[in-house]
Ligand binder design. Structure first.
Ligand code: ZN
Length: 255
């Protein structure tokens, strides 16, 4: 199969991503608007901290902790190379040659992918998950799982990046900084899927890493339970959107 890689490299992601995803998977190039946007990380070029971006070998999965609807420009401030929206759009926010401060010890080696949504972001003392939207006034409702089209688009993006950059690893942000990100839904349906179906490595069941800003934690055993699986045989429904969300929320941005 590797003999077809050179031909795939020349195919534009706008054509490749829908082929890997579904009819709602859509590539949107926001790199130029982000570069000129006040909150764009336009100075994070390769070479920062002696980072050689020619050695990218990983994708790091994150959750945004926000939902902003389908207006693509509202995501220009998200500090990731790609954003995967709940409607299946894949936003290209920063060129992969830029090193972003998005994934702690994975920053130099990886491409950061943020998924839109109010996923579980914390756990209480009893281990129950808390949703970001819980911290806002009602009637904000919970978004308790990704949409079908978002998972299809996320998987399409991982497939694309694997071939475009010869990716070998797929990590959850938690492994480099002990937080919930990306949460059980995205870990099971994107990271574990990448390991099981694409042959990528998540570093192993006990793998963590750290830098001077943060130390990682292992993936909880509970996240490997099939109860988190999103059923991709269903059809997309706008009802999976939960209603209003903060325009300015806390995006998963570490030091
Ligand atoms: Zn994160």
């Amino acid at each position: 199969m590797f003999t077809i890689l050179p031909s795939l490299l020349s195919i534009h992601p706008a054509y490749l991503l829908p082929r890997y995803g579904n009819s709602h998977t859509r590539y949107v190039d926001r790199r130029d608007p982000v570069t000129s946007h006040p909150v764009g990380k336009k100075n994070n070029k390769s070479g920062v901290n002696n980072c050689d971006r020619s050695n990218i070998d990983a994708v790091t999965i994150h959750m945004m902790e926000i939902a902003r609807g389908s207006a693509e420009s509202l995501f220009d401030g998200v500090n990731a190379h790609f954003g995967v929206l709940r409607n299946g759009a894949v936003l290209h926010l920063h060129d992969e040659s830029e090193m972003l401060f998005a994934s702690h010890d994975f920053n130099c080696r990886s491409i950061a992918v943020e998924f839109e949504g109010n996923y579980p972001y914390d756990q209480d003392k009893d281990g129950e998950y808390r949703w970001w939207s819980d911290t806002y006034e009602k009637p904000r409702s919970k978004q308790d799982s990704p949409t079908i089209d978002q998972i299809a688009a996320g998987r399409a993006l991982v497939k694309y990046l694997r071939e475009r950059h010869r990716i070998l690893y797929i990590f959850g942000h938690r492994q480099a900084c002990a937080k919930v990100c990306p949460g059980p839904h995205l870990w099971y349906n994107i990271v574990k899927w990448g390991v099981d179906e694409l042959g990528l490595s998540d570093g192993g069941i006990s793998f963590t890493t750290s830098n001077k800003f943060c130390s990682g934690a292992v993936i909880p055993a509970d996240w490997r339970d099939a109860k988190w699986a999103v059923d991709l045989t269903g059809s997309f429904s706008a009802a999976t959107f939960s209603g209003p969300s903060p325009i300015r929320g806390n995006v998963c941005i570490p030091p």
